[in-house]
Design a protein around this ligand. Structure first.
Ligand code: AMP
Length: 507
């Protein structure tokens, strides 16, 4: 998963882009980048790490201009920490184009071949986003004559891009000397919201992965970019939009609501927070119906994402809700860490139980989801060490059983705890007395209830149904073998890490 932002303003955009990326930091901590446009010139700075580490004052000074785009990167398996894959990407022809992408193309390999053999374009990284940029550049070149670019040419190019690429994509791009282009895949899998601000100098526009970026930077939300729609805003602020895809559906990724997005965002008219409250309510119903005899003393969330669900679940069961964990906010999300050993260690560094909340009690822990089970296993053990009697574990999402191919890093099927296991076996694996999962229909109902216009969701990691229709067993086997290779590299990194720690201990 990644975060993207685009701005066409009346005053320099560098600070606003930086602030916007900080707000989107939860969507990716691996790398960050900004490109600004100053007349015909593009200025780029990108690097590995958190936003605050990538940009120094001197970098910020060089990012001149009133139009710009930014990206925070979340690594997909296999390519963590590759600086070459930090975004935005740049291509010099035609005009000079930069592009930042959230999502994943499912036909990137085939496109890469086409690029090389037919379009005579070189792709220099393993990133599908570089492929996407080159497809767009190629199609734009076909649509333009001389150095003129107009909205028609841009929209025809996006329409051709939709025809060639498959998968999930929310994109912001700039054409040097011309303007900013943004578009969203025909299924609306990844989010993209449009906002504007009226200033004495005129109207400013922002596009971003999440609405909280608009709110925090003083922009009014206008609407979500529609699936398949493209927006083109010239440097001087003329706004154009057009539906560029022939067949569209609206199936937002349900995992945004489960885990990824910030609770204070509204995606496709759905308050992320409200959907999490319903998830808690529906999970309470399930517990009441299927496990009426659980002797729970207290409901405790595993911070942060699950708080809303846990609170509502406790309310609906008439049970006390207590905060039982302290979180060290200076440590990154554990999932982002390379390798299992590092990940395991960092769960304990990041979360610690407040013993008095657990001692002598039967607790129901609530988390948003269980993926590999590393976090839950460690937490159950910590809670037992803190003196809990019985430990029940509730997941606000259904069992994760399938890889995600639309931009969320999900491990291979054999690494997913729920593969081939029922709730009782999962409880044994994580050391809990019982585990309860949300049903998929209930999860969909929880999100749907926040906007009745959205009727279907992208739910593949729970259901195994891939809505782009191009994912077969061979595709899954291929990405899994790539991820296994990446896992091997992770293990080697773990070894280095452990040796490093051992050496430090010797000093
Ligand atoms: P685990 O079961 O140890 O793999 O970790 C699951 C926890 O990691 C969940 O409770 C979420 O808070 C978080 N999580 C779930 N999916 C992801 C993901 N794709 N990327 C990062 N964190 C995730």
């Amino acid at each position: 998963m990644c975060g993207i932002i685009g701005l066409v303003a009346k005053t320099p955009v560098n600070q606003m882009l930086y602030d916007g990326l900080l707000i989107l930091q939860h969507r990716g901590q691996d790398a960050a980048g900004i490109v600004t446009m100053d007349g015909p010139r593009l200025h780029m700075h990108k690097g590995s790490g958190l936003v605050r580490d990538v940009f120094r004052t001197r970098n910020m000074r060089s990012l001149q201009g009133t139009t710009g785009i930014g990206h925070v990167r979340y690594p997909t398996a296999g390519s963590a920490s590759s600086l070459a894959e930090a975004q935005p990407f740049y291509v010099n022809s035609p005009f000079g184009i930069v592009l930042a992408h959230n999502g994943n193309l499912t036909n990137a390999d085939q496109l890469k071949q086409e690029m090389y053999l037919q379009d005579l374009r070189h792709i220099n990284t393993n990133s599908d986003s570089e492929v996407l940029l080159n497809v767009f550049a190629h199609e734009l070149q076909k649509q333009t004559r001389g150095d003129r670019v107009d909205a028609d040419a841009v929209f025809s190019a996006v329409a051709a891009v939709h025809k060639r690429i498959r998968g999930a994509y929310a994109v912001v791009s700039m054409i040097a000397g011309h303007g900013l282009v943004a578009f969203r895949d025909p299924n609306g899998i990844r989010p993209l919201v449009l906002g504007k601000a009226e200033t004495p100098q005129g109207t400013e526009y922002m596009l971003a992965s999440e609405s909280v970026t608009l709110d925090s930077l003083g922009f009014q939300p206008v609407r979500d970019v529609a699936p398949g729609e493209a927006v083109y805003i010239t440097q001087d602020g003329q706004f154009f939009n057009r539906q560029c895809a022939e067949n569209t559906a609206h199936t937002p990724c349900i995992f945004e609501f489960v885990y990824f997005a910030r609770s204070d965002s509204v995606i496709d008219g759905i308050s992320v927070h409200a959907s999490r409250l319903y998830m808690g309510e529906f999970l309470a119903d399930k517990i009441r119906q299927t496990m009426p005899n659980l002797d729970i003393d207290v409901v405790i969330p595993i911070p942060d994402t699950s708080r809303a669900s846990a609170l509502q679940l406790a309310n609906h069961l008439g049970l006390p809700y207590r905060e039982g964990f302290m979180k060290n906010r200076y440590i990154g999300r554990t999932f982002i860490m390379p390798g299992q050993a590092v990940r395991k260690k960092s769960v304990r560094q990041k979360l610690s139980p407040i013993a008095v909340e657990f001692k002598g009690k039967n607790v129901l822990l609530v988390d948003d989801s269980i993926v590999r089970g590393t976090t839950s296993r460690e937490i159950v053990q910590m809670v037992r060490e803190a003196g809990a009697l019985k430990v029940y574990f509730a997941s606000a999402a259904p069992p994760v059983r399938f890889p995600n191919v639309y931009g969320i890093d999900m491990p291979t099927r054999n690494e997913l705890l729920a593969t081939g296991r029922d709730a009782a076996a999962i409880a044994r694996e994580i050391g809990a007395d019982a585990v309860v999962y949300q049903d998929l229909e209930a999860l969909e109902a929880a999100v749907h209830r926040c906007n009745f216009d959205i009727k279907t969701f992208e739910t593949s990691c729970f259901s195994g149904k891939y809505i782009t229709g191009d994912i077969d067993e061979a595709y899954l086997a291929k990405i899994e073998s790539e991820r296994n290779d990446a896992a091997k590299a992770d293990k080697e990194r773990d070894l280095d890490f452990n040796i490093g720690v051992a050496e430090q201990n010797l000093i």
